[in-house]
Unconditional design. Sequence first.
Length: 306
Amino acid sequence: MLNASRLPASIDATLALLQGQGYVADRALATVLFLALRMKRPLLLEGEAGTGKTEIAKVLAAGLGRRLIRLQCYEGLDLASAVYEWNYAGQMMAIRLAEAGGVAEDRERLEGDIFSEKYLVKRPLLQALEPQEGGAPILLIDELDRTDEAFEAFLLEVLADAQVTIPEFGTIKAAEPPIVILTSNRTREIHDALKRRCLYHWVGYPDAARELAILKAKVPDAPAKLSKQLVGFVQAIRKEELFKAPGVAETLDWATALVELDAVALDPAIVSDTLGALLKYQDDIQAIQGSRVKELLDQARAEVGR
């Protein structure tokens, strides 16, 4: 593991950091990640679900020895869940105690007390601006495309200035900006204003050689013949007209399932029986069932050799 206070000094060192955590990256990804770290710019990763975008933030945090703070986005995400909220119960208790005590405190002083830091409930974005042991944290803003444009607009201050403005409290600015990774499955377009504040990389499906390397790293118990046929089949199936092509995550799930079944090679029967580990929509499974399974399996065998 690298010293927590040190970032990789080169693209090769960035590749080594990722590989040291079991993440098989290509050089293009390592390059943009290295630049994001050196330039202290947020990195926006787009791509299909299951291509390893979220994992990049996780392995970066592990490799650098930094805390990972994750904000999982969803429709309707608001500031109270993402940034901060006030401990209203505690504030009400303080007001009632002041009234019961008969203390003639002026209104301004009481407001200053109840809107102090001790009543501030910090959510992921605000936590990421605080000093952390071992250096600035990795802030993962995951699946940003699930939120709305209003939330994107709020993020502009965080991404550009590493600060949050709370009307009742003031502006909180990070002494050391967090390392920010944003991901999007591109279910909608991210606004240009946010993209301009980030470096960008599209995380696509890996080629056969890299997917085989990923499989060997993540499912080392899979027999060599099975792994090659499995990767060939997945590469072939991604060329089909499917509602959702399988990502790397599904490849690993399928490999793990086949290992549990003590499979040493693919055949039409075991492929048909286990497609639910690879494909997540019934229409896709039906489209591949029957003779199409054998055709794709023959393609996979021809590519990797028997």
